[in-house]
Structures are given as C-alpha cells and as structure tokens.
Write a protein that binds this ligand. Structure first.
Ligand code: FAD
Length: 417
C-alpha cells in the first residue's frame, strides 16, 4: 500500500517504521524541519507502564477545584470560550468514576506492557542511542494519603500484569540514595523494576534515520492543510503548497493537532492539548542527582536522568494551544526539585520547555481505522496524552497489525474511536 503518515513525533515515526517493516511504501509529512520538535521534544523521559493511572479518576475533580485559582497548581483548568474544551471537560468528568478509571488503567497497562517489549526488541535490532537507562521507576510519596491511594493503584496494576511493588521509606532510599537529602521526608513508595527511561527526541531522531535507510520518505517543512475525501473514502492530503498527495492509507499522528484536521470532515476527536512543562538541568560531575527515574505523584512531576542532565517534567494546564512559558509554573518545578534534591540548588544552567500532551478524557489513545465513520483509508494513532513515549512502539505495532489483518495479541477494542 501507499501510506502517508501525518506527523513526525514519536508516534508518527514509530508508525512509519512498523508500516515500512511490513513492506508498505511510506511517506511522512512533517511541518517542522526535523523529527520530534513538538510534544516529543523534551518530555519526562519515562517508559512508565506503572504510570497508568489516568488523571480522570475519582479523586481528581475535587483536587482540580481546589487548584483552580492557583497559578502554580499541578493541574490547572483555565476556562476558555471554547466549546471543544467544555465538551472535553464533560467527557473527562464521565471518565472519573471508579469503574471507568479501572477499565482505563487496564487498557493502558496492556498496551504499555506490549509497548515496552516492542521497544526492547527495536533497541536490540537497531542499536538505538538515546541515553536510555533500565533502572526501573520509583514512585515516591511525602503525603500519607497519596501513599495509601498509590498502594491501591499499584495492586490494581499488578492484577493487569505490571509489577509495581510497594516499598518502605528505607527501601526507597536504598533504590535511589539521592532521596536521602530530601527536605520533606519520603514516607514510602512503589517500584517497578521493568520500567525504563530515555530521551524521546533522540530516540525518534535515531529511528527516523533507520526508517530513511529502509526507504521511508520524510518530507519536512510541509504542512498538511486538509484531508481529501471521495465518497466514503479518504484518498490523501492537501499540503500548504497546494500539492495533493494520494494514498491508500492515511495515518493521523498529529498529536494535539489531530482534531483540527478531522473537524472539517464532521469528526470531533476527543483530544485536547494538556500543556506540560519540563526543566532540563545540566549536571556537573559528582553532584548528588538521581539516576533512577522517579515520579513524585502528589506533585504530578517526574525526574529522569538523561546522560549528564536531569530532566524534570510535569504539571498540566488546560488552556488551548498556548505554549508560552509561565514563570510561576517553571518556578514551581524548580522549587519542588530543590526541596527533594537540595544539592541541585547549585545548578545554574536550566532549560525550560513547554509542550502540549494530546490528551483524551480517559488517557487511552485512539488507534485504528475510521471505516465505520464513513472514512475508509483513514487511520488514527493519536491521543496518547501523558504516555506517548511509553506507548509509542506498542501503538505503532498495533496499528501495523490491524492494517495487515494480523492478530495483534491484545484486544484492540478499547483504543477504537
Ligand atoms: C511535560 C511533558 C512530560 C511528558 N512526559 C512523558 C513521559 O515521561 N513519558 C511518556 O510516555 N510521555 C510523556 N509525555 C507525553 C508525550 O510526550 C506525548 O504523548 C508524545 O510526545 C506525543 O507524541 P505525538 O507524536 O503524538 O505528538 P507530537 O510529538 O506533537 O508529534 C506531532 C507532530 O505533528 C506535526 N504536525 C502537527 N500539525 C501538523 C500539520 N498540519 N502538518 C504537518 N505536521 C504537523 C508536529 O509538528 C509534530 O511534530 C509528556 C508530555 C509533556 C508535555
């Protein structure tokens, strides 16, 4: 088949890789000059199946209300005159029941586990370099109520096959000694030894090179302006240059921008940008910085060691497509980092970044074809929210399996639009 993949973030590039591996003739269209320049650029770096609890859970609505007027809140909803934001918010509330949250954890863990296996085998096959570490992920807690809730979540994830194990405070410090200096004592945690970390941008860039060598054509600096439709079929795309590009299969992997391309066809994808921040701290030799990837659940922050840098990332802000840096939110990331790792107060070089997570209300991505919506030939691989790096390889492999009519080895139902 002639396949066009829209977007060269981590999801688009992995999609192109697996589709090309099946012998398809693949072209990737990307508006930036390089791969992974938008949301996949400087994320938290975690391959975290253990982070499968979606934001939509019974505890969130009350927390979000309390945080609504705090400029530095971990999760901040800014009201906009935007029907898409309101519709998304209502769907998000519907996903906050215990039963929905439980089902969504199951769907995310299953895809996450298959994704981690796919990533490992790609790494073996291609010798990809992306500062990856296989030292597990430690969720740590400084608040007893958060810890109690985490133990229940960890038990649920173990039911689905993710080995997220409870740890005492002493065990947490043994796993990551840099936590011993924390000004706020760590009271316990959970540890998932099989989780990993690494730089999503470097991975995507490296895989794009391998894909090029395999015959995938990357067209950078080209913006897709419309999907071309003939009757019940999508036949290709129009570019900003006016050029029309025909395809048998068109894959939408445009991250937060995916719904904008589908709206003119009458499809309202439940994907909304959830802005997050990261700070990358340049480390000098010998500084007491963590090497195990960490999650500070109560503050919605993660820490990943990427070579000689520490990537700190997190917080969520629902405020449309704005990617400007808010000083209060940058400061909140750094403040908490210095509370937990006082030695890092000496770091003077910090690079801030903000990106838009393509969030579905459930945090379960949308993967599969759109034939039943009257759009044969159109495929989705989008809406990966907080876990696009974790789920990328598994999502792309699932997409390729579905396109080939192969048994993907997991129920694809939860990911269908
Ligand atoms: C602060 C933060 C921390 C995060 N931490 C983690 C983490 O630790 N682990 C994890 O698993 N996930 C994490 N994520 C989530 C993860 O980064 C995203 O889910 C993932 O990057 C989404 O990838 P994508 O390819 O779908 O989107 P993108 O990377 O945004 O790719 C979409 C591409 O489409 C292109 N594009 C858009 N519109 C057009 C158009 N009209 N024409 C042509 N090209 C177009 C864009 O330029 C872009 O390159 C984090 C996100 C943030 C913001």
């Amino acid at each position: 088949m002639r396949v066009t993949v829209l977007g060269a973030g981590v999801v688009g590039v992995t999609s192109a890789w697996y589709l090309a591996a099946d012998g398809h003739e693949v072209t990737v269209i990307e508006r930036q000059s390089l791969p992974a320049q938008e949301t996949s650029f400087a994320n938290g770096g975690q391959i975290s199946v253990s982070h499968a609890e979606p934001w939509a859970n019974p505890k969130t609505p009350l927390k979000a209300l309390k945080w609504m007027w705090r400029e530095d809140a971990p999760l901040l909803w800014r009201w906009r005159a935007d029907p898409a934001q309101w519709a998304w918010g209502l769907r998000f509330l519907r996903e906050c029941t215990a039963a929905r949250a439980r089902a969504n954890v199951g769907a995310i863990v299953r895809l996450g586990l298959s994704s981690r296996v796919a990533l490992k085998s790609l790494r073996t096959e291609l010798a990809l370099e992306y500062d990856h570490l296989e030292r597990g992920i430690l969720h740590f807690y400084t608040d007893p109520r958060e810890f109690e809730h985490a133990l229940l979540q960890a038990a649920l994830m173990r039911e689905y096959g993710c080995e997220r194990m409870p740890k005492t405070a002493a065990e947490c410090l043994a796993i990551e000694p840099a936590l011993a200096d924390s000004r706020i004592p760590v009271i316990g945690g959970t540890y998932t030894a099989s989780d990993e970390s690494g730089d999503a941008r470097r991975f995507t860039d490296s895989l794009a090179r391998h894909a090029t060598a395999r015959g995938v054509r990357f067209r950078y600096d080209e913006t897709v302006t419309a999907l071309l439709r003939e009757g019940g079929r999508v036949t290709g795309v129009r570019l900003a240059s006016g050029e029309c590009l025909g395809a048998d299969m068109t894959v939408v992997a445009l991250g937060s921008y995916s719904p904008l391309l589908l709206r003119p066809l009458g499809v309202r994808l439940p994907v909304y940008p959830a802005k997050g921040y990261s700070a990358t701290l340049a480390l000098s030799d010998g500084v007491a910085a963590p090497t195990v990837s960490l999650t500070d659940d109560g503050h919605k922050m993660v820490f990943s060691r990427l070579g000689q840098s520490l990537r700190v990332a997190g917080t969520a802000e629902f405020n449309g497509y704005d990617t400007s840096l808010n000083a209060a939110r940058c400061e909140a990331l750094l403040r908490r980092t210095r509370e937990i790792f006082p030695a890092l107060a000496a770091v003077s070089k910090v690079d801030y970044w903000a990106g838009l997570r393509p969030a579905t209300p459930s945090n379960v991505p949308l993967i599969g074809d759109m034939t039943t919506a009257g759009l044969a030939g159109l495929w989705l691989n989008t809406g990966h929210g907080t876990l696009g790096w974790t789920l990328a390889c598994g999502s792309a492999r699932l997409l390729a399996d579905l396109a080939a009519g192969r048994d993907p080895g997991l129920d694809a139902g939860p990911y269908r639009f």
